[in-house]
Design a protein around this ligand. Structure first.
Ligand code: ADP
Length: 533
């Protein structure tokens, strides 16, 4: 058996169309399109199979039989292809009459195959031992072959013009490209029939349109240039090497090139796969990012709605409670008559509870103002030392009760600073209050100094300290450090958030440091010194 480029290319055409046929029918047997594709693949496969047998045949009668059998495939290829195109373009109904007509024509040519009217005999020509000679029915067959293919192309181009979906357009373009290549390549088979000395050089391309069409219909990354270019280049390189294998001069070259071909095919496959994977991942990330973005806006809206709700609810709560608080203190002071000890105690407890409530409501109001960016400041030039003194005085009893020391350390005479006195007083109060809460023994020092056009205030203590990894998130709403939460179970984790909000509303910054658990902590803030004399 003598393998030539012609027999091998026939074998390749056969394998490609046969395997793709199996693939499409395996994918979905029930789809009309898949069944049409399958039938078409079979016609191409049977044509190339008998082409192969014919090429390797050494006896004349058998060669004649193979050529007639290969013609059987060839006769049914155009109508099979036309049906694929018609179903794909959704014009099968419109083309029904034409399809029937071609079916009848193809059946007539099939019957004629039994006579010498299609293939008369086989004769030697241009190095081929048994090239077929056409009967008178061969020319009409050729007209049908080219006519049906041309009509399919015409209908595809027409559909392409109307088509808006980019994916479907890409599919049609692929199919057109495929049939163009196949017709140019495959038509080299016809010249020798009429004695024109052009050998079937393009035979290898006869199955290209099967590949392109199946690819276009089943591949999902059609629009991705990167994948397509990689695939096309890989395919081209493989084709070139395949060609080199065929034209090998000796066995050594043949083996070497075949090994090379296998290697390139494997690596090409891996390359295409990785590019594909990369693109899939990128698409997935894009999808997730999009989802996250919309989830985020949704959350922001919810958060805003919640803030508004809290703000409204707090305002509504504050008015009646302030009234209750007022009456309770009047009762306690004896404005409505004398009270005995028991009554006084009950009233005192109630007043404490109401005061805690007012504080909590104020916290919620502060938070909603901070979050909405609506903190209102009444600024005036203030001497910070006065504020510190007043807070220390207010907390002196509490400090003594806890057995702690509260010290002041002011460096030189501080310049005045433009601030809202009440708000900054609240900040310092909360800082010292925290130190009192989270210090069991030792002392608390309040420092203040001016440097680089900023005024610094710092409260440090010898308390429970903060674990290093917890420090960065302390100023976040509701965040509490582990050690602190253990000591003071009633905390809310809102104090530092409000401190930060108030300081930042003044254009200042907060800071915190701790050497770790049990080693004390330092909280403080700085305020810009511009604007005050
Ligand atoms: P709360 O004190 O109500 O928990 P804060 O926002 O004032 O809320 O404080 C947040 C957390 O920071 C506290 O739970 C505590 O763990 C930690 N913390 C604040 N001040 C100190 C301090 N002086 N020493 C140790 N830990 C502190």
């Amino acid at each position: 058996m003598d393998l030539t480029y012609y027999s091998i290319s026939a074998l390749i055409n056969f394998s490609v169309s046969f395997l793709l046929g199996i693939f499409v029918i395996y994918k979905n047997f029930h789809s009309r399109l898949n069944r049409a594709l399958f039938f078409w693949c079979l016609t191409v496969a049977s044509w190339s199979f008998f082409y192969f047998l014919w090429q390797i045949e050494s006896q004349e009668p058998k060669a004649l039989l193979w050529t007639r059998l290969l013609m059987l495939g060839a006769i049914w290829v155009p109508i099979a292809y036309f049906r694929v195109v018609a179903i794909f373009l959704n014009i099968e109904k419109e083309q029904k009459k034409f399809i029937y007509f071609i079916y009848i024509l193809s059946s007539i040519f099939t019957v004629l195959l039994l006579t010498p009217l299609m293939v008369k005999e086989v004769d030697p020509i241009a190095g081929f031992q048994f090239w077929p000679q056409p009967g008178i029915a061969y020319a009409p067959f050729l007209v049908m072959f080219l006519g049906v293919s041309a009509y399919a192309i015409y209908l595809s181009v027409k559909a392409l013009r109307r088509e808006k979906s980019p994916v479907k357009r890409a599919q049609i373009i692929y199919m057109l490209l495929g049939i163009a290549i196949s017709i140019i390549g495959g038509s080299t088979n016809y010249f020798l029939w009429y004695g024109i000395p052009i050998k079937p050089y393009g035979n290898i391309f006869a199955s290209t349109y099967v590949i392109f069409t199946v690819y276009a219909i089943f591949k999902h990354h059609l629009l991705n240039i990167k994948v397509i270019v990689t695939e096309l280049l890989t395919g081209l390189i493989i084709l070139v090497i395949l060609f080199e294998v065929f034209i090998s001069k000796n066995t050594f070259e043949f083996v070497l090139r075949s090994i090379f071909l296998i290697l390139v095919t494997v690596f090409g496959y891996l390359l295409v796969r990785s590019v594909n994977k990369e693109i899939k991942q990128r698409e997935q990330i894009q999808r997730i990012a999009k989802k996250l973005k919309s989830a985020n806006t949704e959350l922001k809206k919810l958060d805003e709605a919640k803030s508004n709700f809290v703000s409204i609810a707090s305002h509504q709560l504050r008015t009646p409670i302030t009234g209750i608080k007022g009456y309770l203190s009047m009762f306690l002071e004896g404005d409505f008559g004398d009270l005995d000890e028991k009554q006084q105690k009950i009233l005192k407890d109630n007043l404490d509870a109401v005061e805690r409530m007012v504080k909590l409501i104020d916290i919620f109001l502060d938070i909603s103002r901070i979050e909405a960016g609506r903190v209102q400041l009444t600024k005036e030039p203030i001497q910070m030392e006065d504020v510190i003194d007043s807070v220390m005085k207010e907390l002196s009893q509490l400090t003594k009760d806890k057995g702690l020391k509260l010290k002041k350390d002011i460096k030189g005479k501080l310049p005045k600073v433009m601030i809202d006195r009440e708000k900054i007083r609240q900040v310092i109060m909360n800082l010292i209050d925290n130190s009192l809460k989270y210090t069991i023994k030792g002392e608390i020092t309040v420092k203040a100094w001016a440097k680089n056009k900023k005024l610094f205030v710092e409260v440090s203590d010898t308390g429970i300290g903060i674990a290093k990894d917890e420090v960065p998130r302390l100023f976040v709403k509701f965040v509490r450090a582990g050690a602190g939460a253990k000591i003071n179970q009633d905390g809310s984790g809102l104090g530092l958030f409000i401190i930060k909000g108030m300081v930042e509303a003044h254009g200042g910054e907060v800071f915190v440091s701790s050497q770790g658990k049990g080693k004390g902590s330092t909280f403080g803030f700085s305020l810009p010194l511009t604007g005050a004399k």
